[in-house]
Design a protein around this ligand. Sequence first.
Ligand SMILES: Nc1nc2c(ncn2[C@@H]2O[C@H](COP(=O)(O)OP(=O)(O)OP(=O)(O)O)[C@@H](O)[C@H]2O)c(=O)[nH]1
Ligand SMILES: [Mg+2]
Length: 479
Amino acid sequence: MDTALLSKSEQILAEVKEIYTVEDTEGIKYGLVKVGEFVNTLEEYLSTDRARQRQKSSEPPPKIYPPSKFLTVMLIGNHSSGKSTFINWYVGATPEVQKVGEAATTSAFHFVQHGKARKSYDKEAALELYPVLYDKLFKRTNPKTGKKTFPDIEKYFYVEIVPERNRSFPVVDFVDTPGMTDEKSDYHFEVEDVILEMAQHKADLILVFLDPRGQAFCQRTIETAAKLFQIVPEKVKVFLSRADECKSDNDLQQCLVQMSTALTVKVTKLGHSLPTTFGIPALYKPDPSNATTRANAIHAVCEDIDKQVDRKVQRNIEHFKTDHALLVERIKEIDAKDKQAGKARLVNGLSSALIFQVILFTLLLAFTDLFKAQVQDLFGFHKDACAATDVPLQTMTSMACFLFKFSAVVGATNLFYTAAVGVLTLVIFRFAAGNQKVLNADQRKKLRNVQQYLEKTLAERKGTIIEDLRSESVNTDDR
Ligand SMILES: Nc1nc2c(ncn2[C@@H]2O[C@H](COP(=O)(O)OP(=O)(O)OP(=O)(O)O)[C@@H](O)[C@H]2O)c(=O)[nH]1
Ligand SMILES: [Mg+2]
């Protein structure tokens, strides 16, 4: 990573993301996403407690998602309320990234994010850049019908990568949404449902734009905003946009009261109330040629975005710490389960094979004279010798010659029987060892490597990142 041009926040966000996604062909570093998949595979293979628990509750194996290195700011609002204009102003790119105009302009979801070079993606390629959304939105199906919940949604996703470094744009990912009108037929998909999904799974901050001119079209925006206050109240900020167009301060106040009342009514209908800090600040695009002195919240929005970036950095570190700790724990469980399974297999196998041998030996001794004679011959004692007082000594000497005599006593037929009994013993060993699986040499080696990587390399890196964050806070406080 070239860190020369990066701010500390940008650096930490990028580093945490890299920890999740790095792919190292030499097998020295392991992205946590891949480690998660590997751990899932081993848990399923060894049928650990976690895997069985999941099976019982029909839960899929957990998927690890890399935390985004961008703060996602989603803009929603009436059509022509100035959403795209705000993004263009913040990014400051020439030519502008988003199209603007008085007619309904944005009819799809446009992600505008920082990158090394200007690039555009659309359709599935665009959604693939957002793995959480890809899984939660694009791939999601209705369990009853098996049909996609949001059919063709990928047709309405675009990503614009822009190299601009103005304000905090390098760490901000804007989502420009289709302008709202009260005509449902204006959309090819359930815009509101997609916005609510994104609010839960993607957006960190949601800016709702209501413009004075669009009061007639407000209903849909107000309804959606009310629902957002119901599900993610901490993320929502409402603004009266294009405030410079209000003819007088009186008009502006009237607009604010109307909007505030409409929103309060909707939120109350949903059985909720607006946050105590709720207010609708007015904002507009600064225009040097316009001498208006009206208060403009646009700079406060920028400060708020900066604050949210700091929180995002902390959240991502927490996210990493939690995933790291859980993976270390799960790997320890896998290791313990493998050792326990290996031990159980050996004990079961050996004890069953031994019991089989003892039974076989006893039976042969009891029922076959030939075997009896051979055993007596092997161990060098006969009925007469048994009567002698030096039997133990004689037996011990004979035991020492066991192998030598064995080859003489055991003929070809007996050798065949011995082999057969040997194979049978092995079969019994294998059978008695049970179906409990243990890791093979390759799996065990990789597990050891991953464990070492997590417990040593990543643990050290975690310490450095936390230290970096601390020193950054100290520097910021000093300023
Ligand atoms: N005076 C003034 N005009 C603005 C402001 N913001 C946007 N506009 C104008 O309003 C029109 C609509 O702006 P857009 O940014 O396209 O609005 P939008 O919300 O993206 O519209 P849709 O994409 O249709 O939803 C454009 O002509 C802008 O130039 C503002 O703060 N003040
Ligand atoms: Mg637009």
